[in-house]
Design a protein around this ligand. Structure first.
Ligand code: AMP
Ligand code: ZN
Length: 112
């Protein structure tokens, strides 16, 4: 699968992997929008959160648990942070491989 995030997860494209296990990986966003901006992805290619199967609910919970760990490790758990999942064109999704954005380290604006 010629998907940039699949290729990062497989180690074919160099990235600073901050966390990985058999189901997930996390790495810094190449164009950070905040002092902490980390992407958390499943190893399995899933286009978008809308494509999650019932059997993948646990996987989604696992990704959120990794985001919490990375928030703690990067010093933003206490100050606060935001998790964002964009889906589809009007959701602003540019890379069609499900990912969570972990954003923190500055005051984030209101949505909209
Ligand atoms: P989204 O708009 O939710 O699909 O977000 C995609 C994000 O992936 C953007 O914030 C990009 O800056 C980021 N991105 C794209 N290519 C790479 C890459 N090779 N390594 C790290 N982040 C990337
Ligand atoms: Zn992929």
């Amino acid at each position: 699968m010629d998907c940039i995030f699949c290729r990062i997860a497989r180690g074919e494209v160099k990235s600073n992997i901050l966390y990985q296990d058999d189901r997930a990986a996390a790495f810094p966003d190449i164009n950070p929008k905040a002092p902490v901006h980390i992407l958390i992805i499943p190893r399995k290619h899933i286009d978008c959160v809308a494509d999650l199967q019932d059997s993948e609910e646990q996987l989604m919970g696992h990704l959120v648990a990794i985001a919490n760990k990375l928030a703690r490790d990067n010093g933003v758990a206490a100050s606060g942070f935001r998790l964002v999942i964009n889906c589809g064109p009007e959701g602003g999704q540019l890379v069609p491989h499900l990912h969570l954005h972990l954003l923190g380290g500055r005051q984030l604006g209101k949505l909209g």
